[in-house]
Design a binder for this molecule. Structure first.
Ligand code: COA
Length: 172
């Protein structure tokens, strides 16, 4: 299957909205609002256009990923949320490609690390560890293993410590 990852454009916004809604319809953990979160984040200060990516399979937009900026003390990291793949394309490597390409671009842009709330079994494949490993704390109560972080270069999260401040659009 040929998967092409590219930056999202204005013409993709409606397709992405529908895609995110469909992807989360059957998800285990959802508030049913992820598609609106994407729209709000796009309009906000934390948005990084280069890090709103779509995955195309045979010219169809099958997946989307968004990384936005989050503060921790005087440092800036990224939050990965949400990542969405259309149900009929799940389990075929689309999500993995979006994550890896996002990491590559984020590294190129000079970000030090990424934090997320997600399934350890999935995200550990991409190098994520419980964020407490790096001294990064969640601003809400959650079992430690679900709040995860990855370094974009070896040692790049050294000295980045404290409580992560999510973009205000998350409503945390
Ligand atoms: C989670 C999601 C983005 C993964 O994308 P995907 O394209 O299906 O995943 P990939 O094909 O790249 O990876 C599949 C691998 O991840 C594993 N995997 C997928 N979802 C998983 C989950 N919830 N928990 C553990 N492992 C999972 C698969 O077993 C598979 O493992 P393998 O590579 O060893 O065979 C996608 O399933 C999705 O959109 N789900 C609904 C929305 C959601 O829950 N998003 C994440 C929360 S922000």
């Amino acid at each position: 299957m040929n998967i092409v990852i590219r930056q999202e454009g204005i013409e993709d916004h409606k397709v992405v909205y529908n895609l995110v809604e469909k992807a989360f319809k059957e998800a285990e953990h959802t508030d049913g609002n992820e598609q609106n979160l994407v729209e709000a984040l796009r309009r906000g200060r934390a948005f990084v256009p280069e890090l709103s990516l779509v995955a195309e399979v045979e010219k169809e937009v099958a997946g989307h990923i968004l990384f936005t900026e989050a503060r921790i003390g005087k440092d800036t990291l990224l939050v990965l949320a949400p990542v969405s793949v259309l149900p009929e394309y799940q389990g075929k490597g689309v999500g993995g490609r979006l994550i890896e390409e996002g990491h590559r671009i984020a590294r190129e842009l000079g970000y030090r690390g990424i934090v997320l709330l997600g399934y350890p079994a999935y995200y550990s494949k991409f190098g994520y560890l419980p964020s407490v490993t790096y001294g990064i704390k969640s601003p809400f109560e959650v079992p430690e293993e679900f709040f995860m972080a990855v370094e974009l270069e070896e040692g790049s999260l050294k000295g980045v410590e404290g409580m992560l401040e999510f973009p205000e659009e998350f409503g945390i």
